[in-house]
Design a protein. Structure first.
Length: 186
């Protein structure tokens, strides 16, 4: 019985939207091969709610839109709001994304090489990416004037949810016929 409750808790936790009882029932049936009544699921949800309503947890189980979802408790809303403000400041512009992509795929790369690819000055964009700690200075090139070399940082990996640069999408993975211009020659 405890395993079913933990499975229900995991399902609600993993769901990005409120999860209806009927959907919980269907997933448990198809995933575990267990038939469970809606009443039993509701009883488990009530027990889960009681568990999280205590002072030991910052979240609680809430019934929303004929389903259930974990949400933070109202006492923490001010702090969560502050986090959202901080994260919204970290959104990247199109220029920053383009520059970051060039650095990710060509690293280590100089500012001049980035500007030659993009065709525009990238001083401001590089500064913003350095401030956001998505890139770092990895050294100096042996070219005349010893220009700085840029590469991606560990925060870049976290930000995009990848383990290393080998997990970056390859060009063959993102090209399609819809992206081609002109007629194909045979």
């Amino acid at each position: 019985m405890e395993d079913i409750r933990l499975n229900i808790e995991a399902l609600v936790f993993a769901s990005e939207q409120s999860l209806p009882v009927k959907e919980i029932q269907a997933v448990i049936h198809s995933g575990l091969g267990i038939d469970i009544s809606e009443e039993d699921i509701i009883a488990h949800l009530k027990a889960i709610k009681e568990k999280y309503d205590g002072n030991d947890f910052a979240i609680t189980l809430v019934e929303l839109n004929e389903g259930y979802q974990f949400l933070t408790k109202p006492a923490h809303h001010v702090l969560i709001h502050q986090l959202q403000i901080q994260r919204s400041k970290k959104k990247l512009s199109q220029a920053a994304l383009e520059t970051l992509a060039i650095i990710a795929y060509r690293q280590p790369v100089t500012k001049l090489e980035i500007e030659q690819i993009r065709g525009v000055n990238c001083d401001y964009t590089l500064q913003k990416l350095l401030e956001k700690e998505l890139i770092s200075i990895t050294g100096k090139a042996e070219a005349a004037g010893k220009p700085l070399l840029y590469g991606t940082s560990a925060l870049f990996m976290d930000y995009f949810g990848i383990k290393n640069n080998s997990e970056l999408p390859q060009l063959k993975d993102i090209t399609s016929e819809a992206n081609e211009i002109g007629e194909k020659s045979e």
